[in-house]
Every structure is written in C-alpha cells, then in structure tokens.
Design a protein. Structure first.
Length: 279
C-alpha cells in the first residue's frame, strides 16, 4: 500500500517521522520486531505500531520523541544525497508554475539524488509519470534507492544517458532541467515538449540566466519568467517574535518558459514580472 494512505494510528509498514528535541527529525519505516536506535536511546517499533499520530514516545534512556506523519518537505530534505538537491522553497513554486499534479507527464534532467523527482512523483499520483534522465550511474542508483524507500519508484522511469542525445519521449506536459548548462539543450527540450508545455530550470548565477534567456529567445519559447524565491523563518516566540539569526540567502534563479508554435515578436517587453505575477 502506498505510504500516502495513512490511517488514524501508525501501522506496520508505515513511513513515520520521529521528532525529538530541537526538532531533530528521523524518518523510518515501521517494521514489527525492529528497533530504532539513536544516541538518545532506543525505541522498539512494536511500541510505536498502533499508536495515534502525535503520541509522545519515550526512548529507553528517557528522551522524548513525537510520532508524526512526514510531510513532503521532510522527505525531500532528509533524502540521502551525493549532489546538490533542490529545496522545498524552490520546488513549491516550480510545481505551481508548471502545473504538476495528478496525471501529468513530467520529464527532468539530471536526476541527481532524486529530491525533485520525489516531489514530482508524489504529485503526479498513480495516473501520472515522471521520466528522469541522469548520465552518472552512481547517482541514478542512489535516486532509485531513495524513491524505492518512499514507495514512489513505480511512478518514475529512470533513464541513463546524456541528454545531449535528446529524449526518447514526445508530447511531455512539462520538462525541468537541473543541470549546469540547460541552455545547451533547448532544441532537445523543444522536440519533446508539448506545444504550450512548460519548461523550467534553476541556475545559480545571473550570467547563466542570461545565456538561458538568449537560448530561449533564439527558439520558439515565450512567456518567459525569471525569479528567485526568498524564504525567511521566524523564531516562534510570541513575546519576542523576530527572524531567525541565519537564512539561506541564495539557492538559484528560476527560469520558466512555454513552448509555442511561433514566438511573439514583442516577447521581451510583454512578459515582465509586473504584468505576470504581482497581484
Ligand atoms: C544538481 S544535480 C540534480 C539534483 C536533483 N535535481 C535533486 O533535486 O536531487 C545535477 C545532475 O545532473 C546530471 N547531469 C548533468 N548534465 C547532464 C546531462 N547532460 N545529461 C544527463 N544528466 C546530466 C549530473 O550528473 C547530476 O547528477
């Protein structure tokens, strides 16, 4: 049964989150007879199975843990990784803009550790499909294990190879590129994306964004949008409410575009942030 189908209490086989002191999070799969071990002591899975969500559990050394269903953001930030991964703040906006939801067919490159793949697979449901290209076998194996651990592998087709050779698929609803040089693959994207489909990418520097824009304007892409997502956390103290001391200042710039039959001539002036998104 898929991990998203939870009942009122934690069952054998469920993916659960144990939240300890200072929000320390552990995500584990419950297995009858198994033991969860941390430096804050042990918890027997048998003592967790059957407990309602939100239950306060205590390890054998007296440390408290709360039993929770993991959120998508928890699953993504805690996956095993060998690469830079995409973060929830960016993924959240990407999936909104690119219309990722049940039944959608989305393609991505590169797979990396599979963080973005996880979010896509979660959202497309059993009726959708994620196709993910990766040129390094070692990365693909890691992503495969990560997806299998989350019961999401059935929704994903992992493909080996360099996207320089193009994609096998046609008529994709959306394509996302998280690779260093996405601007070199615009013809490959164009060939595989539905007309009207969404292209998205993330780039760490502005000069890469400029190269991306030049490549998009040289092909039939329109409704181009460039943005970055800033997220600021606050200390949740109602008597001294203020921002946390540190924040992630930069992850990357997001660039989105739509595939069209013929690019409008006034593209540059027509698609500013002011007109598109500020409301
Ligand atoms: C930053 S990682 C992707 C991280 C991923 N989005 C995640 O959230 O875990 C970039 C990956 O793209 C792969 N890659 C780079 N260029 C590629 C290409 N031309 N074809 C296929 N994969 C490529 C790299 O091997 C690397 O694993």
């Amino acid at each position: 049964m898929a991990w998203t189908q939870y009942e009122a209490v934690a069952r054998d086989g469920d993916l659960v989150q144990l939240l300890g002191k200072r929000h320390k999070s552990h995500i584990i799969r419950l297995r009858a007879g198994a033991v969860f071990q941390t430096h804050r002591g042990e918890l027997r899975h048998d003592d967790i199975i059957g407990k309602p969500w939100g239950t306060r559990l205590v390890s054998h050394t007296g440390s408290p843990f709360f039993l929770m269903r993991p959120g998508l953001s928890d699953l993504i930030t805690q996956i095993k990784r060998n690469t830079q991964i995409m973060y929830p703040k960016d993924i959240g906006y990407i999936v909104m803009i690119m219309g990722i939801g049940p039944g959608v067919r989305v393609l991505e490159a590169g797979t990396g550790s599979g963080a973005l793949t996880t979010a896509f697979a979660y959202l497309v449901g059993d009726s959708g499909k994620v196709i993910s290209y990766e040129r390094r076998e070692q990365m693909q194996n890691l992503a495969r294990n990560n997806l299998r651990n989350l019961d999401l592998l059935d929704r994903v087709e992992l493909k080996s190879g360099d996207i320089l050779d193009g994609f096998d698929e046609r008529d994709m609803d959306a394509i996302f590129l998280d690779i260093p040089n996405p601007y070199d693959y615009i013809p490959q994207v164009k060939a595989s994306l539905k007309l009207g489909g969404f292209l998205g990418t993330i780039l760490p520097t502005t000069n890469q964004v400029s190269r991306m824009l030049a490549a998009l304007y040289a092909d039939d892409f329109a409704f181009i949008e460039v943005c970055e997502i800033m997220l600021r956390f606050y200390k949740p103290d109602y008597e001294r409410l203020r921002p946390t001391d540190r924040m992630v200042a930069h992850t990357g710039y997001l660039v989105f575009a739509r595939s069209v039959m013929e690019r409008p001539v006034d593209d540059l002036s027509d698609n500013t942030m002011e007109e598109n998104n500020v409301s």
